[in-house]
Ligand binder design. Structure first.
Ligand code: TRP
Length: 455
């Protein structure tokens, strides 16, 4: 039995270290940039409700499953799955879930570096006091001048990929822990400040009811799929990250509690971002369905109005950059580990190769905002297509495989032992959710969205 083995890469010093790293991966652009804009595009309240249900019923159980697979396997994600297949006497074909995950992570990173570049550029703009007293139109054209320029976007995405690559190459652990420990409280405080500003606008209640009052007429089947996909994206699931982090988790630490803490922190940050953004949208007559630019054309208005706005604005976008970088390194790490193991590269070579490949694919996203905006793949621009393929297809599929693997294939003795939930019915609840609820929900939402079934 392989119960007490440790990963050759070491272990977290404490449960807290794991929580920090997992939170650093989970909290990122997904919470502050993506969540508000997809909530806005999909009509608000009903979408948010479905998203919260997905986090609770699918996200948290799958996260527990992924972490337990890592801790049981004690190796890089791919090899952990192989090990677990052998332990359970199952076919090694399950390792395919690792392949889908790593591929999805790499694709997601390709647009992640571009959007993180926007945040960098905005940190500088805030520092120059560019938002001071600017009207909604002026802020809008500031955004457009950035995304219209392939050169500026490429410069920033290059910068972000170099920074991410260097951190991953040098080893993430030491710096990561300190960054996240400092970052989370600051990010939280700044979001509260923005919520305070939002409360001072006359559309605060309108924003709140947009976000929290469900109107199911506003939610399409595709919207439900976007909510499901986002639950995976925002919790950093289904791409090997949680499995890798789980493999460094000491035996005896409660997986359930830790996952709950990470999911709660992640959800709170997303909701706070929404609460800050939508009142500004409505009080300045902007459209909630503006798309990926939403955060970048709303929050600067608030910074332009408030006292010391340049200071808070700079701090906010710097925080956003850090949040994005701690997530980006977690997206890069699995590919790098895989290249080292499979292609026998050194860490430096692997990081350089992976970063370069990601950067090249990222050019597709760069051009999709300007010169390539009319190049369509399945009627979506390049960024839209990559986003759809990863979040709405690859992550749910991989999540389905993780749920099936941990709840049906792995021996109950093994999962019970790892989760160690004592005599409470919590284990049964987890197992039932992973066996039936999560797979059924994923399959139904998916088939309905691609219109195979009509309900
Ligand atoms: N969770 C991050 C965010 O919300 C993005 C991310 C980082 C991610 N690592 C991941 C998404 C792994 C999926 C899988 O911004």
């Amino acid at each position: 039995m392989s119960v007490d083995r440790q990963s050759i890469h070491g272990q977290w010093s404490s449960r807290f270290a794991f929580t920090l790293a997992a939170t650093g991966s989970a909290v990122g652009l997904g919470n502050i940039w993506k969540f508000p804009y997809i909530a806005g595009e999909n009509g608000g309240g009903a979408f948010v409700l479905v998203y919260l249900i997905c986090i609770l019923l699918i996200g948290i159980p799958v996260m527990m499953g992924e972490v337990l697979m890592g801790r049981r396997g004690r190796q890089s994600p791919f090899n952990s799955v192989i090990e677990l297949c052998d332990e359970a006497g199952a076919t090694r074909a399950w390792a395919g879930l690792g392949v889908i995950g790593v591929l999805a992570g790499t694709l997601m990173l390709s647009f992640y570096i571009v959007i993180a570049g926007w945040a960098f550029s905005y940190a500088l703009a805030a520092g120059r006091n560019a938002f001071n007293g600017a009207s909604a139109e002026e802020i809008g054209s500031l955004f457009k001048s950035l995304t219209d320029s392939p050169v500026r976007l490429t410069t920033w995405s290059t910068f972000v990929s170099v920074v991410t690559g260097v951190i991953v190459w040098r080893g993430v652990q030491a710096g990561l822990e300190r960054t996240v420990r400092l970052l989370m409280p600051c990010l939280f405080a700044l979001l509260l400040l923005l919520v305070g500003y939002a409360m001072s606008t006359d559309a605060f209640m309108q924003g709140i009811s947009f976000l929290f009052k469900p109107d199911f007429n506003q939610l399409s089947a595709n919207g439900a799929l976007v909510a499901l996909g986002h639950a995976f994206f925002t919790l950093s699931l289904a791409s090997g990250v949680m499995m890798a982090y789980g493999s460094y988790l000491p035996k005896g630490v409660s997986i359930a509690k830790t996952c709950l803490v990470v999911a709660a922190a992640d959800t709170i940050v997303a909701l706070l971002a929404g609460i800050a953004i939508f009142p500004i949208v409505f009080s300045y007559g902007l459209e909630p369905n503006a798309g990926p630019e939403l955060v970048f054309v709303t929050l600067p208005i608030a910074f332009g109005q408030m006292p010391f706005g340049w200071f808070f604005g700079t701090l906010f976008f710097v925080m956003l950059v850090f949040a994005a970088i701690t997530s980006a390194i977690s997206l890069l790490e699995p590919v790098v580990a895989w290249l080292i193991e499979r292609m026998r590269m050194t860490r430096g070579q692997a990081t350089a190769a992976a970063s370069f490949a990601v950067w090249v694919v990222g050019l597709g996203t760069v051009f999709s905002f300007n010169i390539g905006s009319d190049v369509l793949i399945f009627s979506k621009d390049f960024f839209g297509a990559v986003d759809y393929l990863t979040a709405n297809i690859m992550l749910p599929l991989c999540g389905l495989l993780i749920a099936s693997f941990t709840a049906w294939i792995m021996k109950e003795r093994a999962t019970r032992d790892e989760l160690d939930l004592g005599d409470s019915p919590a284990y049964e609840v987890w197992q039932f959710t992973m066996r039936y609820v999560a797979p059924a929900a994923i399959v139904v939402v998916f088939l309905k969205a691609i219109e195979v079934i009509r309900l």
